[in-house]
Design a protein around this ligand. Sequence first.
Ligand code: NAP
Length: 286
Amino acid sequence: MTLIDGVKQSRSVRDGVRDGVAAMTSRGLPAPHLAAVLIGDDPASVTYVGMKERGCRRVGMRSTVYRLPADASQGQAEALIAQLNASPDVDGILVQHPVPRGLDEQAILDRVSPAKDVDGLSTTSLGLLAAGRPGFRACTPLGIMELLDRYNIEIEGREAVVVGRSNILGKPMALLMLQRHATVTICHSRTADLASVTRRADILVVAVGRAELVTGDMIKEGATVVDAGYNRVPGRTLDVGDVEFKSASAVASHITPVPGGVGPMTIAMLLRNTLDAARALRGSPA
Ligand code: NAP
């Protein structure tokens, strides 16, 4: 069994981004600039935005956090996005999820210009993916594809099963696999007999948000298992994935651990998308 090491691979992605940023600044161009929109003061969101800022700093990018109060109106949020879209100094825009109750998060995301949508979460970006057209892809599924490629996991012609169908994870994941010519099945909360479907998978991606939902007996011998979940479980110090690691690792050929698998790749892909956005906006070569 091979452990898919997201920490190591994310470091290598970030090294590549750092080189790209250095090449840009050495030509006298400003470093890429990520604008993070943080609405309200949800502690987890504050932490995530802080991690993204640190990630930018470490690769030589600029980042600015634009804060709005928890009682900001839909109009205020959308006006801020319009201002960032129009700013020639901003290359990438991310809206930290979740936004406070009462705001329409997707409507805010949909205001982000496709050229700056480095999180790939607007309806336009998802539509471009569905249509197989160039555009920014959501960072977590993009990071999973990067891991599969870095471990030389064959995708074309193989049976891929994605458990979960959210717009941020399951759906774009399935579309990315389809684009690479896998035969794709998507499962969700209303799938009858989940195990009979997951057992067919050569590549199984689980993105549900339920601790250890998928156990070894639901996995085909020799499958590649990617666990996107992280769940806080009382009494356990580390986050727990959606896959029961012990039984799954006894049958899988490749498996991502939690933590240290999919998680670290997400910010790395955000940084890479931001570099790509800056290159495209400046007409700068890759
Ligand atoms: P989400 O929006 O809550 O979607 C969960 C999906 O799982 C839904 O499609 C739901 O089906 C499905 N589901 C729920 N219970 C199920 C069951 N018993 N059997 C089969 N499917 C079931 O969650 P998400 O945002 O996609 O996140 C999924 C997981 O990934 C979470 O653990 C989250 O923390 C993690 N995550 C990780 C990263 C990262 O960077 N590593 C990023 C984002 C999320 P219905 O559609 O029918 O409700």
